[in-house]
Design a protein around this ligand. Sequence first.
Ligand SMILES: NC(=O)c1ccc[n+]([C@@H]2O[C@H](COP(=O)([O-])OP(=O)(O)OC[C@H]3O[C@@H](n4cnc5c(N)ncnc54)[C@H](OP(=O)(O)O)[C@@H]3O)[C@@H](O)[C@H]2O)c1
Length: 177
Amino acid sequence: MTHYAISLYDKLREKQPLNFKKLIVVSGDTSQENLGLSAVDRQMLTEKVTIIIHNAASVKFNDSLKYAILTNTRSTRDICILAESMKNLMALVYVSTAYAHLDNPFIEEKVYPPIDNWRKMIKMAESLDEHILNVFTAKCLNNIPNTYIYSKNLAESVIQDYSLSLPCAIVRPSMGT
Ligand SMILES: NC(=O)c1ccc[n+]([C@@H]2O[C@H](COP(=O)([O-])OP(=O)(O)OC[C@H]3O[C@@H](n4cnc5c(N)ncnc54)[C@H](OP(=O)(O)O)[C@@H]3O)[C@@H](O)[C@H]2O)c1
């Protein structure tokens, strides 16, 4: 993946070097509420951003349920909340995974019913301590193989709900290299 990324940016550097002047780096942490963004950066994003590609995720299969929900599900809600304040938003693209709906043998280009209520699960992850949530993990996951898939499935449901007020799209890549 790194190899392709370097090639891609080399081409851009060669053909459109001025495009790099558009890049503004901000510091954030998707495991934190409100994405760990400063108020100044939030304001700047609200003014300038037209397209969001929400790609950040913890992709570890063995994260605790608490961490997976906060980092992958709550962050998606907080991206949507930020997106609602953006003045010129044209699209919010959520990078999900083809494995978010494992109980279906064939994944169609449609949204599927969620495995759980994302609002309830975010509240649980915020209020219960890690140990208690670990005890409940097997019960919550039911037949879902890991906390990553579970949190990504719930995140799709967040996007589905916010698509009533935002121009959302979901992409579901399969296995990368
Ligand atoms: N690879 C696959 O086969 C595959 C398949 C389907 C879907 N996806 C999806 O594609 C997306 C990218 O995954 P990937 O495989 O490319 O994984 P990756 O290389 O680990 O990329 C994950 C990205 O999320 C960022 N991130 C993780 N935790 C963060 C945090 N707490 N705060 C801010 N940023 C954080 C990472 O930033 P740092 O680099 O700074 O850590 C990294 O840029 C994910 O949404 C994943 O679910 C991947």
